[in-house]
Design a protein around this ligand. Structure first.
Ligand code: ZN
Length: 155
């Protein structure tokens, strides 16, 4: 099995069996994002307690890449400190915006499966949609990467 086939299988598995689909109850923030170029829609809801992303869920519709990326995102972010969530957001966006063939610099786990999408620049927005939506939700809560009292308190 080639690496591309392995990556494709990971993406199709998340698309067919999405993790953390639904709405967080209760949710501290809910944000919606859309990628009109492809028709992808994502709604991300999350709850943060004591600096930990206690729950993060998504709903949406669209192509396999957008929905699989959202599923993989929730799996990676759930239960993690907000600082780690922000690190992953930055690392994932960084990976998606480097040229195809460049090895990911940061530890992204299964998320490297989405690195193959870089060969299709029009699809990069599909992969980053849920991450940008999550970033907006964290910003709304004052947990954005820009810092602030909440972020400082976590460490
Ligand atoms: Zn798409």
């Amino acid at each position: 099995m080639s690496l591309d086939e392995l990556y494709r299988d990971v993406i199709l598995d998340h698309y067919s069996h999405p993790r953390n689909r639904g709405v967080a109850h209760p949710a501290d923030a809910t944000r919606e994002g859309a990628n009109p170029l492809c028709g992808d829609e994502i709604r991300v809801s999350l709850r943060v307690r004591d600096g930990i992303v206690e729950d993060v869920r998504f709903e949406g519709k669209g192509c396999s890449i957008s929905q699989a990326s959202a599923s993989m995102m929730t799996e990676q972010i759930k239960g993690k400190p907000v600082a780690e969530a922000n690190r992953l957001i930055a690392a994932f966006k960084g990976m998606m915006h480097t040229p195809p063939g460049t090895e990911p610099m940061d530890d992204l786990g299964d998320l490297v499966a989405l690195s193959g999408v870089r060969k299709f620049p029009v699809r990069v927005k599909c992969a980053t949609l849920s991450w940008i939506t999550l970033e907006m939700a964290l910003d709304e809560l004052g947990y954005g990467d820009g810092g602030g009292p909440h972020v400082n308190r976590i460490r």
